[in-house]
Structure formats: C-alpha cells, structure tokens
Design a protein around this ligand. Structure first.
Ligand SMILES: C[S@@+](CC[C@H](N)C(=O)[O-])C[C@H]1O[C@@H](n2cnc3c(N)ncnc32)[C@H](O)[C@@H]1O
Length: 219
C-alpha cells in the first residue's frame, strides 16, 4: 500500500494515464492495457454504469484514489451524500484538492482501510469500487466489508483488473504491478469474479473491456 503514497505525491502522471489525457498516456494505455481511445471510453462508461440516473442516497466510494475518475461524475449527482475512503493520505490529499478546485462541497474524504470500514451495517445505498479489488491486500475482508455496509436492495458496482483476457496486460501486471506493490495477487478471472459475487449478491452482471471487468450487483 506504500506504493500509492508515492503515486499520490506525484499524482499527475497517474491522473493523465487514467484519463488517457496525452500521448504518453495513450501509448501506455494501448500497449499495456490494450485500450485505444474508444475502448477507454467504454472502460469509463462500464466503471460507472451501476449508478442509476438521478440517484439520491448515500454513496461509499472505496478506494477514491485521487478522485480523477469519480469526482467529475459526482459533479452531476445532486441528491447524494458521498463518502470517499482511501488508505493513502497522499491520494486523499490529491482528491481533496481536486474537489476544492471543482467546487465540489460536502464530499467526505476519510482515510481508512476497506477491510475495516468505519461505518455501521447497512449504512449505504450504493457502494462503488473503481480499480480497487486488484489492489486490496486482504480481498476477503474487502468483499465482506463492502457487503456489510450496504443496505439490503442496495447496489454494489465498479470495475477491477481481471487476468486471462489479454496476455500482454497479464505479463505487465505480474512482472511489474504485482512486484512493485501496485497490485496485490491473487487476481480474479472473469468467471471467478462472477462466482465470488454470486455467493453474496442476488443480481450480478459482469462485463469486461479488455482486462477490466465491470460489475453491477444488488444486495
Ligand atoms: C489503482 S488506485 C485506484 C484509485 C481510483 N479509484 C482510480 O481508479 O483512479 C488504488 C487505490 O487503492 C488504495 N488502497 C490500497 N489498499 C487499500 C485499502 N486496504 N483500503 C483502502 N484503500 C486502499 C490505494 O491507496 C490507491 O489509492
């Protein structure tokens, strides 16, 4: 988890890559992740597809990272109370600064561990996790905790890396991301992810764009 303290400190490259913002980012996304511009747009749409239109209620986002993907989405959600959790205070500092810059008031940024969330049972109407589950070290606790804090009938959605969809991405994930501590194995495949979610949730939809699986589940 220390790896993201560094990413948070030098968050500009991370943000450019996540948003496909310039040529180096586009080359890296295409080469390592198999995402061209159109696929990157699909990846973004898939990541947020679980948030219903005109959603109101309580949202937990974990991990928020620098907020580069989700804060622009929150700009268009009026009636929600939003709690953003991340383990890294440096990533959170970048997210807070971004929210301030975007004039997004009222979002609560909380330093915490997905495996031990500081919320009571059934507190949220929607739990969103973008690019988190391939990073979390204790995945069982993360599945349990995100389930525990979601109310019955609530939505659990987001996206994560899965192995088995693109050989080059898998090589890069194993030889670089896992070794440098950016990711934490073991990684799900599309079918193990579907099974993991179906053990807990009543309605499960899993999709994918290259190596990124999107999921939308009801509790
Ligand atoms: C790949 S980044 C994703 C951030 C953001 N959702 C995005 O897609 O831009 C992974 C994030 O997970 C956070 N993280 C790692 N382990 C965590 C844990 N146990 N609890 C909460 N956040 C954690 C890291 O600090 C980092 O910000």
């Amino acid at each position: 988890m220390q790896a993201y303290q560094l990413v948070g400190t030098y968050s500009r490259f991370f943000d450019r890559m996540m948003t496909n913002a310039d040529l180096p980012a586009r080359l890296a996304l295409k080469f390592f992740w198999g995402l061209n511009e159109a696929a990157h747009q699909k990846f973004l749409a898939q990541a947020f597809a679980g948030i219903p239109e005109n959603f109101s209620g309580r949202i937990l986002e974990v991990p928020v990272g620098t907020g580069v993907l989700s804060l622009p989405v929150y700009k268009n959600i009026d009636g929600a109370e939003i709690f953003c959790v991340d383990y890294s205070d440096k990533m959170l500092d970048a997210a807070r600064a971004r929210a301030e810059q975007m004039n997004l008031r009222g979002i609560k940024f909380i330093q915490g561990d997905v495996g031990n969330l500081p919320f009571e049972n059934n507190f949220f109407d929607l739990v969103l996790s973008i690019n988190g589950f391939h990073v979390f070290p204790d995945k069982n606790s993360a599945w349990e905790e995100t389930y525990r804090v979601l109310r019955r009938g609530g939505i659990f959605c987001g996206c994560m890396y899965v192995k088995g969809e693109n050989a080059r991405t898998d090589f890069f994930a194993e030889k670089f991301c896992d070794r440098q501590g950016f990711f934490c194995p073991p990684h799900e495949t599309l079918s193990t992810l579907q099974r993991t979610l179906e053990k807990k949730y009543s309605r499960v939809e899993v999709s994918h764009v290259e190596s990124f699986a999107g999921f939308i589940c009801s509790k």
